[in-house]
Write a protein that binds this ligand. Structure first.
Ligand SMILES: [Zn+2]
Length: 374
């Protein structure tokens, strides 16, 4: 039986094990123990070497119904800062932090749901398809654990990413592409009072560039942001170096390209105008996806929802997740609700009732996939 209290206890246990991105080893070892207690062997891949973290992705395999497609279940083990020394506060089914850290429900809620589902499947001998369970590292720092997976070793034909929001029944089946942009503007340092005419002000050049760039919501499919600016050392020095970092996202590759080009050209133009130099680093962070409603991975999740009396709805997400990477590698992946709200803030909360409902939803989904095969 899926029990809200057991889920709440396990969630509180796991959020108290610090696991900021790159430092997931301790929580991952605990997950390996928990899987072993359930009766499932698991092993780490070599993602630690590729991501520079202290731990790889934890991978487990479970045979299932003959003829059924292999299903990947995923949640990420890392959390954002401030995320050390988390003290969960329980009020009924609602859990919050003490207000000084995030709660870590992104994505320990997903981890706990997967554990609850695996425990239930094995304890009750419930039908399920063959499963590949992947607890990824370094999701928050650029989906780096999912990028480091060896896809030759995975046989999954579809994936459920347990890394969603509060509202039950919501299936996120689309997400944008994104680019990260870094501009380093190099002017010339000079004494600001004695010989300012010998200097070139990199802050002024960067500012001129930024004012040329449309930011925020560009259109219904596209967003852009300048999120970091660092430059200068003292008020009496014309600043030589200014570093600017931003991003652009879109569900449409052409619009994304146009926005990225616009940002790069603004910096090139402003550097020219001020006699500064600019070096740009423009990198794709992830590629957009849209899994149609009639694809098995979406269809089964919607049918399971209906079976439980929850109105299913597909939704377009605004962010990147490991689902982007699975889709890029040809594994159709959707994201399921897991119960957190206000993630990445100290006001984050998780509703354990939603976690329990999500676990039941996933069990029903797996049951449908297995029964269709047999
Ligand atoms: Zn997440």
């Amino acid at each position: 039986m899926i029990d809200v209290h057991a889920i709440c206890d396990e969630f509180c246990e796991l959020v108290q094990i610090d696991s900021p991105s790159g430092e997931e080893a301790e929580v991952a070892r605990r997950l390996q123990e928990k899987l072993a207690e359930i009766g499932i062997e698991s092993e780490f891949d070599d993602a630690a070497a590729k991501t520079g973290g202290n731990c790889g992705n934890l991978i487990a395999r479970l045979p299932g119904a003959k003829g059924a497609p292999t299903v990947l279940l995923n949640a990420h083990t890392d959390t954002v800062e401030p995320g050390r020394g988390i003290k969960p506060q329980v009020d009924g089914a609602l859990v919050t932090s003490d207000g000084t850290t995030v709660l870590g429900g992104d994505d320990k809620s997903g981890v706990v749901i997967i554990l609850a589902v695996l425990r239930e499947l094995l304890a009750e001998g419930l039908p399920h398809p063959p499963l590949e369970v992947v607890f990824t590292v370094a999701e928050e720092t650029g989906l780096n654990g999912a990028k480091a997976l060896d896809y030759e070793q995975l046989h999954a034909e579809m994936a459920y990413v347990l890394d969603g929001g509060r509202e039950m029944g919501v299936i996120t089946n689309a997400a944008p592409s994104a680019f990260g942009l870094t501009f380093e503007v190099k002017g010339i340092a000079a004494h600001a009072g004695v010989c300012p005419e010998e200097g070139i002000n990199s802050i002024q050049a960067a500012a001129a560039a930024i004012t040329q760039i449309p930011l925020g919501r560009i259109d219904s499919e596209t967003t852009a942001n300048i999120g970091v600016i660092k430059g200068g050392n003292a008020t009496n020095i014309v600043p030589e170096l200014t570093l600017v970092r931003g991003e652009a996202r879109s569900h449409d590759e052409e619009k994304l390209r146009a926005q990225v080009d616009c940002m790069a050209q603004a910096f090139a133009g402003a550097a020219d105008e001020y006699g500064a130099e600019v070096s740009s680093k423009i990198e794709r962070s992830y590629t957009c996806f849209h899994v149609p409603d009639d694809k098995p991975v979406t269809r089964y999740a919607m049918r399971a929802s209906e079976q439980l009396g929850i109105e299913p709805q597909t939704e377009t997400g605004g962010g990147g997740s490991d689902a982007n990477i699975f889709n890029e590698h040809g594994i159709p992946a959707v994201i399921m609700a897991t119960g957190p709200a206000d993630v990445h803030t100290v006001n984050e909360s998780v509703d354990c009732a939603v976690m329990a409902a999500s676990a039941r939803w996933l069990l029903a989904t797996l049951g449908l996939i297995a029964s269709d095969a047999g």
